[in-house]
Design a protein around this ligand. Sequence first.
Ligand SMILES: Cc1cc2nc3c(=O)[nH]c(=O)nc-3n(C[C@H](O)[C@H](O)[C@H](O)COP(=O)(O)OP(=O)(O)OC[C@H]3O[C@@H](n4cnc5c(N)ncnc54)[C@H](O)[C@@H]3O)c2cc1C
Length: 413
Amino acid sequence: MKIGIIGAGLGGLLAGVALQKKGFDVVIFERLSQPGGRFTNYECKGFQLSTGALHMIPHGENGPLGRMLKSLDADVEIIPSKPEGYFRINGEDYLFTELKSLLSLPDRIRTSLIFTLLKFSRGGKESYREWLENKINNPLVFQIADSFCGWSLSLSASDVSSRELISIAKNIYRRGGPGIPLGGCGGVTNALVQEFENLGGRIRYKETVKGIITESREAKGIIASEKHQYDIIISNIGPKATIRLCDKGCFDELYIKKIEGIREAAGIKISIACEKPMLGHSGVLFTPQAKRIDGLNEVTNVDPSLAPEGKHLLMSHQSLKPGKNIKEEVRLAKEDLRNLFPDFDSVCKILAVQVYRGGWPVNRAPSGVYVDPVSPLRGLYYVGDAIKPEGWMETDGVAAGALEVLRAIEDQW
Ligand SMILES: Cc1cc2nc3c(=O)[nH]c(=O)nc-3n(C[C@H](O)[C@H](O)[C@H](O)COP(=O)(O)OP(=O)(O)OC[C@H]3O[C@@H](n4cnc5c(N)ncnc54)[C@H](O)[C@@H]3O)c2cc1C
């Protein structure tokens, strides 16, 4: 059975390897000359910067991605971040469990209840911020919530439902915090490409898919530089771009409205060359009191090969709300960097400021917005970060969504 995959991003590669392993004949079409999409490396002055992600996997080797890579025999080593994260408050760094010491006794009691609810309740449609406001009125708690959501989801606590956030918290309790793949993002996608090609799969680079051939509500093939017939088509370019490749009339109005209405999660990443370790650990430094930056990591504490010898790679991330002035957002972020690190100008140099939105966002659908990976067209499926099952963030969401597609294909074919 022949399968055509549109896009060699993480989702396309995971699905490609898994299906090729099951004996399908898989071809991936990629418009660029390299694989990996927003999850690979590029070189800049001897540093391994990334096309998107911060060289981190949300649940390390214990999440859906870590486990899937293992089951696919992809040669990737993921090192757990230690500590998982610190929060910088008034110039001091606190572990999550130490944050209570900053609160009054009544607020400590309230946060104990909040932690219990994060483990055992289900949440609802109201935003996480509203959910918190019903339990506590403490600006620091709201800032901490915003920095976690900004770093992890590129959203504020007002943009994500309490249900999604509580599901995420439960997955953190169960599967643990982040990990760093050796070789960074490129270490993961290159291992997948190698496994895919070893199994006989083919990737056609510089082949932009311009259309999906359909017949009576069934996907039959794709149009790239030539026409190709497939039994199954999997799109890794997001549902919005995918439905635009199909003839008008393939989908009903309601479905088109739902898909076209999805707003991406946008963000800004700053990659910084450092003469010395600025964090000195492999976890996240959340920055709740910064003006714009939500957090930073320094992956060279785990994998020094991501920087020239003796140097470090520090990366900051901030969410970007629609309509914001980019220049101003970047100016404020640079101010944050100087406030967080008083010696910033003497030991650090900004390598790249990257803005992620539109066709190259942080997430094609924000966490908490669920799109069925099985499209209404028979034979057409979606993978990628618009297809994150409840509670799974970022690339762990991509892997969890890809597993759903594999199950659906097994059931239907
Ligand atoms: C700043 C930033 C920080 C992030 N940090 C993290 C992090 O630390 N940890 C984490 O887990 N996740 C992180 N993410 C998210 C993560 O990078 C994405 O979720 C993930 O890479 C998305 O993969 P995807 O499968 O959706 O494919 P994509 O990366 O979107 O790949 C799609 C591919 O399809 C190709 N394509 C598009 N159109 C066509 C066409 N018409 N024909 C052929 N090919 C086409 C593209 O070129 C691309 O290669 C971050 C993202 C950003 C931007």
